[in-house]
Design a protein around this ligand. Structure first.
Ligand code: S3P
Length: 180
């Protein structure tokens, strides 16, 4: 049953903020995967990358998605690299509608440039690198999603309303599968 809403997309597209708006609009449960992993492991994502490596973090993402499959209908803000594992996409597809948020590299740069919590961008905080990585991930993002919303120049509330509009027009919803 397609019960959850998964927000996917590159770092800085606004998944966490939009997820909060959707939670308020829909009066639904909401979780941020990165925040859960940080809380459960008592360390930041940067620390985890440093001490145990990226694969360790990726395994934590997969473990968490396996648990989320059993949760009641929830809005899930996913980490930007989550869809790079086929298993993760299969887990999400089996129990939710996958919504891709997009933004131009320059928009992402301005949103993330002052942050230090994203190890993937450490030492590469520039538009060229962001554009390159986004391009490498494009097929995975586009292949995974059921629908997509561009976020450039839009307010989070407007993006959340667009998502809701698309979901209520989608087959999952009209056929009664989406429980949110
Ligand atoms: C990552 C994105 C981050 C976080 C981790 C890795 C990525 O999440 O999961 O730093 O590989 O794109 P956000 O997309 O919420 O920044």
């Amino acid at each position: 049953m397609k019960k959850h809403i998964f927000l996917i997309g590159f770092m800085g597209v606004g998944k966490t903020t939009v997820s909060q708006k959707l939670k308020a609009l829909m009066n639904a449960d909401e979780i941020d995967m990165d925040a859960v992993i940080v809380r459960e492991n008592h360390m930041t994502i940067s620390e985890m990358f440093e001490r145990f490596g990226e694969d360790y973090f990726r395994e934590k993402e997969t473990e968490l998605l396996r648990r989320i499959a059993w949760y009641k209908p929830t809005i899930v803000s996913c980490g930007g690299g989550c869809v790079m594992r086929k298993e993760n996409v299969a887990l999400m597809k089996a129990c939710g509608t996958i919504v891709l948020l997009t933004a131009e590299p320059v928009t992402v740069y301005h949103r993330v440039k002052n942050g230090t919590a994203r190890p993937v961008l450490n030492g590469h905080m520039n538009v060229k690198y962001i554009a390159g990585l986004m391009e490498k991930r494009r097929a995975a993002y586009e292949g995974a999603c059921d629908m997509s919303v561009s976020t450039d120049g839009k307010r989070p509330a407007q993006i959340a309303e667009e998502i809701l509009g698309q979901i209520t027009r989608s087959k999952d919803y009209t056929e009664g599968g989406n429980m949110l």
